[in-house]
Design a protein around this ligand. Structure first.
Ligand code: GDP
Length: 459
């Protein structure tokens, strides 16, 4: 199939040392041949050059010398798009890079759509869909965990799991279909219990992958964190320590942090999206009540609650209210103001809250490292060491997996109800198809277009 030749600026749109314009498609080499000259100003044909070589020379627009450049030649299928590809490294001023792109467009290429290079890599079979999606995730990763997980997805970790599960399902479909086609030679006697044995690990695997999606979301979007505690417990002070600067306003008057603030904190490789809220307490104050409601509402769907206890004052009704609220929720309790004489003991608090309690002093910045370690433990089971753990970080993948699991459970139900075998294969087929969506088999064009439209230009 003949494809048109696309071009785009592959580097960021700000002045920098080097800018790259990328060209891909059947005419990529004739485009570069028409605008490239060597150091002596002579036309040379880079289409004759060996693949994966770099050439020094100049880019010309007609007779006008535009810039000095290094040109990289990659012949398909050994390139990102699997097509003939040229990269022009030029001076990285925004104007210059645009000028080079214009020159390339004059020479016959057309502007690439966002994500079109990666889309071609997918359409040409060099990447499957989940790998192609990982390319965007690698670029947009906001923390080390997200980055590591996307790199692993790009190298095929998610695809491999999905393909493995798919082939197990396909085996069963093929078996049923052949037996139905050729009952004389292939018997389905006792097949029900055989299928039940085979289904159990498949269902387990689908469940396991789905469970990883929670951690996966947290990993790619950050941990939605809410700091709770009665007024003056030290919530704003803690925020400031975590942020490393005085951003929230710290005051001695109870109840001044009335509105909610959301801050993105980058902690030892983890992103926390912290919603700082007004303290929880019974109050007639309307404005503060709004803050309190917001705090509870925000805390209800938070990934993590940090409950700050003012250790210098005895526990009171507000604390008890919070303790009721945090029961069964992912919470770290901080016994704050531990630089002062404490009215509350760590063990006492641990028993009351049934959560890990860490003594800290927001004022003296003590105990904060322990808090960071605890967050890592809660969300990433410690260090950046999830080598063989595969995380589902993409909502589209999660949805397909949910459908797949549902179909597998239907198969299980049909076997239990001793339904005819062709019932099994309908649901097995559904499960198989859903997994296919993840890696991009039998996906509608508009889904594919939508996925790549979210990419940045030049990728
Ligand atoms: P919030 O209402 O929960 O946000 O509390 P703030 O962060 O505004 O703190 C209330 C008061 O407690 C301020 O005067 C802080 O300086 C003080 N404070 C906060 N943390 C500590 C701490 O660890 N030790 C001591 N001694 N005072 C603290």
């Amino acid at each position: 199939m003949k494809t048109d030749t696309i071009a785009a600026i592959a580097t960021g749109m700000s002045n920098s040392g080097i800018g790259i314009v990328r060209i891909s498609g059947e005419e990529a080499f004739s485009v570069i041949d028409s605008i490239f000259r060597n150091r002596k100003g002579e036309r040379v044909s880079l289409s004759l050059a060996q693949s994966h070589t770099v050439h020094y020379g100049y880019i010309y627009d007609g007779d006008e010398k535009v810039d000095e450049a290094l040109v990289i030649i990659m012949k398909g299928p050994h390139s990102y798009t699997a097509e003939d590809t040229v990269e022009i490294d030029c001076h990285g001023g925004v104007l210059m890079v645009r000028r080079i792109l214009e020159t390339v467009l004059h020479a016959g290429a057309r502007t690439a759509e966002p994500g079109e290079f990666t889309k071609r890599a997918f359409l040409n079979g060099r990447l499957d869909l989940s790998q192609a999606e990982a390319v965007a995730d690698v670029i947009h990763a906001t923390n080390e965990y997200a980055l590591k997980s996307s790199v692993s997805q790009l190298s095929g970790s998610v695809s491999n799991k999905i393909k493995e599960l798919r082939s197990q399902i396909l085996y069963q479909i093929a078996f049923i279909e052949s037996a139905l086609d050729d009952p004389e030679h292939i018997s389905l006697d006792g097949y029900g219990s055989q299928l039940m044995d085979a289904l159990a690990p498949m269902i387990d695997e689908a469940r396991k992958l789905l469970l990883s999606a929670d951690d996966g979301r947290v990993m790619s979007e950050g941990v939605k964190t809410v700091i709770l505690g009665k007024p003056n417990a030290g919530k704003s002070s803690l925020m400031n320590v975590l942020l490393g600067e005085e951003r929230a306003i710290v005051t001695e008057v109870a109840g001044t942090t009335r509105d909610t603030l959301e801050e993105h904190i980058y902690l030892q490789g983890i992103s926390l999206n912290v919603v700082d809220t007004a303290g929880i307490r019974d109050t007639e104050d309307v404005v503060e009540k709004i803050g309190v409601d917001r705090a509870l509402k925000a805390a209800r769907d938070a990934d993590l609650i940090i409950y700050v206890v003012d250790g210098s004052r005895p526990l009171d009704e507000s604390d008890r209210e919070i303790m009721d609220f945090i029961r069964g929720r992912k919470t770290i309790v901080l016994l704050n103001k531990s630089d002062l004489d404490l009215e509350v003991g760590t063990e006492e608090l641990e028993q009351l809250c049934s959560h890990k309690v860490i003594p800290v002093s927001a004022k003296e910045e003590q105990g904060i490292e322990l808090l960071e370690q605890e967050i890592k433990k809660l969300f990433y089971h410690g260090d950046l060491s999830f080598n063989d753990q595969v995380y589902i970080t993409n909502a589209r993948h999660k949805e397909a997996l949910e459908q797949c699991l549902e179909s597998l459970l239907m198969v299980k139900g049909s076997v239990e109800d001793s339904m005819p075998e062709d019932f099994y294969s309908i649901d097995l087929m559904n499960a198989y198809e859903q997994l296919g969506f993840i890696i991009g088999e039998s996906v509608d064009d508009d889904v594919v277009n939508e996925i790549f439209a979210k990419f940045c230009m030049g990728k």
